[in-house]
Design a protein around this ligand. Structure first.
Ligand code: GLU
Length: 403
């Protein structure tokens, strides 16, 4: 079986086995993990079939006139994995390497994630194959609005509620909400979450995924008898999840010793000044060359001796090829699917405390749920209420998972 393509049917024959050739295919990785869980739960065959197969998959081809007058066609997907517990919930990502298999995997992980934190949603995900860095704001807006128009019968507050994901943000959510509302002929705030606050967004939503990572990391350290003060943390990704986690964890006393980005990595054993590093990256376009740290190789940075490693970028960062070299005590999966199943087995042997993605990064969708509730009530909570309710859910879910 080739990995990474769309040639694999949604219905695979269980049990799926993962090899060196296919370990990086997220849909196979998701199916293999599902099969193992189903086996452990002694789930009957019929129920296994229902739960491992995405309910609906939509592929759309979106024509967009670019600024230079050329007409381009972009391909996008929206997959609803399960609607059993409520409307599908999950982000939309814009990236050049999006595949249908990836969107399927991400949609199924959303189903399990919403169930882990016990919020009344199923799982969905969307993706558009494009490189947003090469598109102007006007082109991105056209692309987003046309994509929304193509999936408009699929989504809705009671059906499927998109949110931000890799390379999408509150501005993109506002375009989706506006396009949907134009068609509905009235304002429908609850059709997306992660919106700007002025358009029905929730307080605390931008920080929620990073904050949730912090809450579960605190719980893991407690279990291991470690203190957050001076615990050394390496974070991969300085975007919404990694950047927020870094700031919040530093404020709690953690020492953020390493930051890894696609443009390089920086290290300071005494702890990095995250706000200053973000300013430096904003001004220069890179984390490297930062006065308060030394540059280092971005692969090697993952193997730094640390207490917590927090991958907060994309899939397949920790694989069979590098898992043995990790030197963290806790691996907090801020990204979706950063660890392949083969790597998971190596980490289990090494006794690394892994906080799986469907728990670790569930803070984002939890506050998305709060946003959806607030939109539907037309009554908005203060930030303290959002953060306290988030902490309660993350702590309860951690205890339920770890036992
Ligand atoms: N994209 C985020 C995730 O993967 C958030 C999804 C949401 O809020 O619906 O969990």
């Amino acid at each position: 079986m080739k990995s990474g393509g769309n040639e694999i049917l949604a219905t695979l024959t269980p049990p799926v086995t993962i090899s060196l050739e296919n370990e990086k295919n997220p849909w196979l990785a998701a199916a293999a993990r599902f099969d193992e869980a189903a086996m452990r739960l002694k789930l009957d065959d019929g129920m296994s079939k229902v739960l491992r197969t995405p309910t609906k998959e939509l592929t759309v081809n979106i024509p967009v006139q670019l600024d230079d007058g050329r007409l381009e066609v972009f391909t996008g997907y929206r997959v609803q994995h399960s609607l059993a517990r409520g409307p599908a919930k999950g982000g939309i990502r814009f990236a050049p390497d999006v595949t249908l298999d990836e969107v399927r995997a991400l949609a199924s992980w959303m189903t399990w994630k919403c169930a882990v934190v016990n919020i009344p949603f199923g799982g969905g995900k969307g993706g558009v194959i494009c490189d947003p860095r090469l598109l102007s704001d006007a082109e991105l807006e056209k692309l987003t609005r046309r994509y929304t128009a193509e999936i408009i019968d699929f989504i809705g507050p009671e059906r499927d509620v998109p949110a931000p994901d890799v390379n999408t943000n509150e501005k993109v959510m506002a375009w989706i909400m506006d396009t949907y509302s134009m068609h509905a002929r009235h304002t429908v705030t609850a059709v997306v979450t992660g919106k700007p606050m002025s358009l029905g967004g929730s307080r605390g939503r931008p920080e929620a995924t990073g904050r949730g990572c912090m809450f579960v990391t605190l719980k893991a350290l407690q279990r291991l008898g470690l203190q957050p003060e001076n615990s050394r943390v390496v974070i991969q990704g300085l975007g919404n999840v990694g950047g927020m986690a870094a700031r919040l964890m530093a404020a709690k006393g953690f020492k953020i010793v390493g930051i890894v980005e696609y443009d390089g990595a920086v290290y300071n054993p005494k702890g990095l000044d995250i706000a200053a590093l973000q300013r430096h990256r904003h001004d220069t376009g890179s984390v490297t060359g930062f006065g308060g740290a030394e540059d280092m190789d971005r692969q090697e940075a993952l193997f730094l001796d640390c207490d917590v490693l927090l991958p907060a970028a994309t899939e397949n960062v920790i694989t069979s090829q590098n898992a043995a070299r990790l030197r963290c005590k806790v691996l907090c999966e801020g990204a979706n699917g950063p660890t392949t199943p083969l790597a998971d087995a190596i980490l289990a042997d090494k006794k690394v405390f892994v906080i799986p993605d469907i728990l670790a990064n569930a803070g984002g969708v939890t506050v998305s749920y709060f946003e959806w509730v607030q939109d539907r009530q037309g009554f908005f909570w203060n930030e303290q209420t959002v953060n306290e309710r988030l902490e309660e859910i993350m702590v309860e879910s951690f205890d339920a998972v770890v036992g």
